[in-house]
Each structure stands twice: as C-alpha cells, then as structure tokens.
Ligand binder design. Structure first.
Ligand code: UGA
Length: 439
C-alpha cells in the first residue's frame, strides 16, 4: 500500500518506519526542512531505540519530503501524526491537524483513507472530514477514520510493532476494510468503534494511567507519614489482576509530552461541556505538587540552596529518551538556580536538548550549570544529590561512591533507585519516595 505520513515526530516517524518494515511504501512529510534533510541523510532527529537502524534497513521503502502535494496525490492511506500542543488554557492546539486536512483536500487525486493518529479532542475527526469535504479539489472519495496511538517513548518501536490493541474509529465499512488490511498484519486485538469513541479511548487511557500514578504518589506521601513502605504496598496491590502491577511506581510525578497535556485537555473539554472531571483535576494537582517533593525533602538539611552545589542525576522525563517535555528537571533546576545554587548535571542523552532549552528560556543563573557525562564527576564535591531520572547508569551506580566523591553524602532520590540497606551500609544519608529511611 502507498502510505503518506504527515509529521515526523515520535508518532509519525515511528509509525512510518514500522509501516515500511511491514512492506509498505511510505512517504514522510514535514514542514521542517532541517528535519527532512536529516532524515534524508539517514539520521533520526529523535533518540529512540532501534529507530535509526530500522530507518536504514527500510531505506528503499521510505521517502522524506516537504512536498505534501506529491506525497498526498496518489497515497491510498494518509496518516495524520502532527503535534497537538497544549494551549495556555489547557486545550489542544489543532492548527497543525487542520492545516494537514486542508492540504490533503487540495492534493488527493486518488480514493484514500485519512487516519487521524494525533491525540485530538473528541469530535476532531468529524471536523477533519468537514474540512476535507469543503476544500476537496478532485472528485474522489476520501474517508476519515480515527486510529489513536498507544506507543510510549523509549519503547516506541516495539510498542508499535507489538501493540496492546488497535482501535479504529470509522463511519463506514469501506474505510474499515482498507484499515483492517493494514492492521491485520499486527498481532493485536482490533476494536472497531465510531470515531468519537475511538478518540475518547486515547484520552481515557492516558488519563487513567495519570490517575494511577498520582494515586500511588499520594499513597507514597501517606506511607512516609504513617511509617509504611510504598513499594511493598504497590507490590501487594499489584497481585490483584483488577488493579494490575504496572504504573504503580511512586516518584516525582509524571512528565512527558502526553499525560500532562492529555489530562489538561480532557479536563478542559469536560469544562467546555459544563462537566467537571474531578478525578482528573485531582491527578493534575497532585502531580504539580509531587514535582516539588525533592526540594521539600532537601529543606530538612539546608534552609537555603544559596552557596550549595547540587548534583542532578537525570534530566529527561524518563529513561530511554532524550525528550525533556514536562520533565521534573525543568521545575527543580530553576528553583535551585533561583536560590543561588551551583548545579552539576548528568544525563546519558539529554544534555544537548537541555542546554538548548535553557538558552532559549528566561531562567536566571544558567551559567551556574555544568554538564557531565560521568556520574563520578557530577557528584564530586557536591552538597546534595537529586535523582530525577532512573537511568540504568544511575540504578547500577555503586552506592559507596556517593560517600567517596560527594562533599556531604546526602542523596535525595525521586525514583526509588536504591535499596535502603545498601545506602545505609555505604554511609549515605538517603531520602526517597514513600519509604522509611530516616529512623
Ligand atoms: C504515555 C503512555 O504510556 C502511552 O501509552 C501513550 O501512547 C503515550 O503516553 C502518548 O500518549 O503518546 P509516555 O509519555 O511516552 O507514554 O511515557 P510513560 O512511560 O507512560 O511515562 C509517563 C510518565 O509517567 C513518566 O514521567 C514516568 O516517569 C511516569 N511514571 C510512569 C511514573 O511516575 N510511575 C509509573 O509507575 C509509570
């Protein structure tokens, strides 16, 4: 099948490469010429395991272009995978999605199906269809379907090749047939619904996971107060198949390009329809507070960060990605700098993106950040260490070194990376989330 993919971000590029892997001819379209040139040169603009190798392996079936007209002209399937960034009021910005809809209407000369894969508010696919109908240049049948994406960063390629489920929101059987031929090659249950329900599955799933994280984070906070261990509590809960043992890791809150944006967008959408999603609102509030947890814990040792050197292990919002969107580092480091601290930061892949973000921001004191590729050098001479991302390098780090290299061996761990007994044995003052360390 001839497929065009609009947008070469996480969802677009990974989908395109996986479709090429399945034998389809795929054209990736993006407005960003730099990105397209990079892709043409065989380099992935994002860090994602297996992606670059698979791009190279499927080179013959992958084309990259800014010329949307040619790409959409004769495609059988056009996948919309452009961004839907958060607007100031919490709603999703749909400008890019609607622009692509117009471009498809102008360019498509063949009967085709348009799949909306971007995370979009309920009712967006209906609008995409309307835009296409109103702007169509050629008298061809164009069907619009919703097909939400469930890949997670860091495991995007394997998630796409082995999806947990495929949701297809369609209005008629002709579109369903075309889409089924593509997805029957994947070993996953297929659920066919109407378009609005398919769009809702995406938000309801992401918001449920966000709720689960905020819930376990609140339980962790209470565990600290009453003297219980959240990891044991989560383990005990997880044996119940109705609860499940995933997404119960307490920490410093969820980040990334999805949960923060999708919780706010659904809450906004409900409000617009005179309904309040109280559980989602609570999850958002808990998450905002949780991101400040390490700063509050550090206050037990230091009244102010003025004059201190703080080491930071992990800048990205989670391991396996160089993405910094809504990462706890973006909340914690500015507070430390604001109070006059020096910051020494480590991340295996996120440093360049972090530097760029800081340079473009109005955060004051960024000249007091130093970046390191070694944990030894990062923690050397520091007064306190914050763990913000559970990279393997961090989890496997020898606890004895904190004592050896830090000026004062205080480690405040937002990701529960270490055994408490090991840290104690190594002579480290260790604080973590929802576990008893101080007695
Ligand atoms: C999330 C969903 O997991 C995907 O299913 C979905 O397709 C994707 O959003 C999307 O909408 O595109 P992602 O944001 O890449 O994927 O990452 P997650 O692994 O879900 O982690 C999100 C955040 O939650 C991270 O900051 C992570 O540290 C945090 N988290 C996760 C916890 O704090 N505790 C947990 O137990 C799990």
């Amino acid at each position: 099948m001839k497929i065009a993919v609009a947008g070469t971000g996480y969802v677009g590029l990974v989908t395109a490469v996986c479709m090429a892997e399945k034998g389809h001819e795929v054209t990736c379209v993006d407005v960003d010429e730099n990105k397209i040139n990079m892709l043409k040169a065989g380099a992935s603009p994002i860090y994602e395991r297996y992606l670059q190798e698979m791009m190279v392996c499927n080179d013959e079936r992958l084309t990259y272009t800014t010329d949307y007209r040619n790409a959409y002209k004769s495609a059988n399937l056009i996948i919309i995978a452009v961004g839907t960034p958060e607007k100031k009021d919490g709603s999703a910005n749909l400008t890019y999605v609607y622009n692509v809809a117009k471009e498809i209407a102008e360019s498509a000369e063949n009967e085709c199906v348009v799949l909306v894969k971007s995370t979009v508010p309920i009712g967006t696919s209906d609008k995409v269809e309307k835009i296409i109908d109103e702007n169509k240049r050629h008298d061809v049948r164009i069907d619009v379907a919703s097909n939400p994406e469930f890949l997670a960063q860091g495991t995007a390629v394997t998630d796409t090749l082995n999806p947990s489920r495929i949701i297809i929101g369609v209005q008629n059987e002709i579109a369903e047939k075309v889409i089924r031929t593509i997805f029957e090659e994947f070993d996953a249950p297929i659920l066919v619904t109407d378009r609005r329900s398919a769009e809702m599955v995406k938000y309801a799933s992401n918001d449920f996971l966000a709720l689960k994280i905020s819930y376990i984070n609140e339980i962790a906070n209470l565990c600290e107060i009453i003297g219980a261990d959240v990891q044991d509590v989560a383990k005990g809960m997880g044996f119940d198949p109705r609860i499940g043992n995933k997404f119960l890791s307490a920490g410093i809150g969820y980040g990334g390009s999805c949960f923060p944006k999708d919780t706010k967008a659904l809450h906004w959408l409900a409000n617009m329809n005179d309904y309040e999603l109280k559980t989602v609102k609570a999850a958002i509030e808990v998450n905002e507070q949780q991101k400040l947890k390490l700063i509050k814990k550090a206050r037990k040792y230091y009244d102010t960060f003025q004059g201190l050197t703080v080491s930071i292990l992990g800048l990205t919002f989670k391991p396996g990605t160089d993405d910094l969107r809504e990462a706890p580092s973006l909340v914690n480091i500015p507070i430390l700098l604001e109070e006059g601290a020096r910051v020494k930061a480590f991340d295996p892949v996120g440093i360049e993106n972090f530097k760029r973000l800081m340079e473009r921001s109005d955060v004051s004191g960024i000249n007091r950040i130093e970046y390191y590729e070694s944990i030894d050098e990062t923690i050397r001479g520091t007064d306190v260490c914050f763990i913000l991302t559970e990279w393997d390098d961090v989890k496997n780090y020898d606890a004895v070194n904190f004592r050896k290299f830090m000026k004062t061996a205080i480690v405040i761990d937002g990701r529960n990376c270490y055994e408490i007994s090991l840290m104690k044995a190594a002579g480290v003052e260790y604080c973590c989330i929802g576990r008893q360390t101080l007695k």
